[in-house]
Design a protein. Structure first.
Length: 410
C-alpha cells in the first residue's frame, strides 16, 4: 500500500498532467464549437450521448473488479493482476463486436437522420477502442504507475487537439472530424498497449472469467447508470427543444466536466488503496488525506466557476451562444457535488456494496428524468441543470447515509 507521501506524489503527477489536459480539452471544445454550426454540434453531441448510453457493455465495472480480483488472489496482487487483465481483455473482445452491431441497428431503426446514424456508427468504433485502452489504464493504476499515466494522458490530449485543428484547417467538417476521433482512439490504444505490455503481461484464467464477469457487471451497473445520468439531459433536451438547444447546454456542460478530471484524478490515486485496506486503522489516515485534497481542490474550483465562467466564455463565444454563457455559473453546484460524492462513492465501492450503490444511483437517475420532464418544458435548458443538481444532491445524501449506517462502525 502506498504511504501518505506516495499518495500525494501520485496525485501531484496527475495534477501536473491536468495543467496540460484541462486547457487542451477546453480549447478542443471551443475549436469544435467555433467551426461547427449549432445544429451540427448538436448532432455530434447527440450521437456521442446515444452511444455512451450503452457504455455499460464496454466498461462493465472492470476498474473496480480488477482491483478486487487482484487483491484477493492467493498468489499475491501482481499475479492476480495478470489474470484479471487477461480475463478483462478477452471479455471486452468477445462482447464488443455484437454490442456494437446492436447499437448501430437500434440507431438506424429509430433515427431518421442518416448523418446522425453514420456518426453513431463511428462512435461505436471509438467506444470499442476506448474500452480496451481503459483496461490498460486500470492496470497501470494498480501498479502505481502514475507518472506514466500522467504522461500518456497529457500526450493523448495534445494529439487530439492537433487532429481537430488539422481537420478543420485542411479537410472540412463534421464527418471528417469524427473520422479523426476514430483515428485518435486507435493511436491511444496503441500507446496504451505498448506502455502496459512493458510493465506486465496478461494471463488467462478461464475458470475465473464467469465469477469476475458477475462481479464486474454489478460494479458496471453503477457506472452505467452514472454515465446514463450524465447523458439524459442532452437526449431529453434534444427531444423537447432540438439539436441547437443541445449545443447551448453542452458547451458549459462539457467545459464544466473538465473540472471532473480533478476528482477523477483523486479517485484514480485513492481507489486502489481503498481496495487494499484490511482494517479501519489503515483506512483512517487514507481518508484524512483524501478529504484534505478534496477540500483544497474543490472549493477554489467552485468559486472560480461561479464567479468567472461567464466572462471567460464570453471571450470565446459570440452572441449566438448567449444562452450557453448565461447558464455557466449554475454548473459550479454540479462540480461541487462531484467532489462531495467522491468519498462515499469510493468507500461503498471498496466495500463491494453493489446493492446499495445501484439502488441509490437508480433513484438519482429516475429523479433526474422525472424532473427533466417537468422542468425542461417549463424552464428550458436551465431546467435540465436544476434537475441534475437535485439528482446529484439526492445521491450524495443517500450514499453518505448508506455508508454511515452500514459500514462506518463495522
Amino acid at each position: 500500500m502506498q504511504t501518505g507521501n506516495n499518495l500525494f506524489k501520485s496525485f501531484s503527477y496527475l495534477s501536473l498532467s491536468n495543467v496540460v489536459i484541462i486547457p487542451a480539452t477546453a480549447f478542443a471544445t471551443i475549436l469544435i464549437a467555433q467551426f461547427l454550426k449549432p445544429h451540427e454540434l448538436g448532432i455530434l453531441l447527440t450521437a456521442e450521448a446515444f452511444v455512451e448510453m450503452f457504455s455499460f457493455f464496454y466498461t462493465m465495472g472492470f476498474k473496480n473488479s480488477i482491483f478486487q480480483y487482484a487483491s484477493k488472489h492467493v498468489d499475491g496482487f501482481n499475479e492476480g493482476l495478470k489474470e484479471a487483465m487477461g480475463n478483462a481483455l478477452l471479455v471486452r473482445l468477445l462482447v464488443g463486436t455484437p454490442v456494437g452491431l446492436l447499437i448501430y441497428f437500434i440507431a438506424a431503426k429509430f433515427n431518421p437522420d442518416p448523418v446522425l446514424v453514420k456518426i453513431i456508427g463511428l462512435y461505436v468504433l471509438i467506444e470499442f477502442f476506448m474500452s480496451l485502452s481503459n483496461i490498460f489504464g486500470v492496470v497501470r493504476r494498480a501498479l502505481d504507475q502514475f507518472k506514466l499515466i500522467a504522461t500518456i494522458n497529457a500526450t493523448n490530449k495534445i494529439i487530439k487537439l492537433g487532429l481537430i485543428f488539422i481537420v478543420f484547417k485542411y479537410f472540412g467538417g463534421l464527418l471528417e472530424l469524427v473520422y479523426a476521433f476514430v483515428l485518435m482512439e486507435v493511436i491511444k490504444f496503441l500507446i496504451s498497449f505498448i506502455a502496459t505490455m512493458n510493465l506486465i503481461k496478461p494471463r488467462l484464467s478461464l475458470p475465473d472469467i464467469m465469477p469476475m464477469m458477475k462481479d464486474s457487471a454489478l460494479y458496471g451497473i453503477f457506472d452505467f447508470l452514472d454515465g446514463a445520468q450524465n447523458k439524459v439531459d442532452r437526449l431529453m433536451i434534444n427531444y423537447f427543444l432540438g439539436p441547437s438547444a443541445v449545443a447551448f447546454y453542452s458547451i458549459p456542460s462539457k467545459l464544466n466536466r473538465l473540472i471532473k478530471m480533478v476528482p477523477l484524478s483523486i479517485k484514480q490515486v485513492f481507489l486502489p488503496q481503498l481496495h487494499k485496506v484490511k482494517s479501519k486503522e489503515e483506512l483512517k489516515p487514507i481518508l484524512s488525506k483524501l478529504v484534505m485534497i478534496l477540500v483544497i481542490a474543490g472549493l477554489p474550483l467552485f468559486f472560480g466557476i461561479y464567479f468567472f465562467s461567464k466572462p471567460v466564455l464570453a471571450m470565446f463565444f459570440n452572441e449566438e451562444y448567449q444562452a450557453a454563457i448565461q447558464l455557466a455559473p449554475l454548473f459550479a453546484f454540479i462540480a461541487l457535488l462531484w467532489f462531495l460524492n467522491t468519498t462515499p462513492n469510493m468507500l461503498l465501492a471498496a466495500e463491494g456494496d453493489h446493492k446499495g450503490r445501484n439502488i441509490i444511483q437508480l433513484i438519482s437517475i429516475l429523479l433526474n428524468i422525472g424532473l427533466n420532464i417537468i422542468f425542461i418544458p417549463r424552464f428550458g435548458i436551465i431546467g435540465a441543470v436544476q434537475a441534475t443538481i437535485a439528482a446529484n444532491l439526492t445521491k450524495f445524501v443517500l450514499m453518505q447515509l448508506r455508508y454511515q449506517t452500514k459500514y462506518a462502525n463495522k
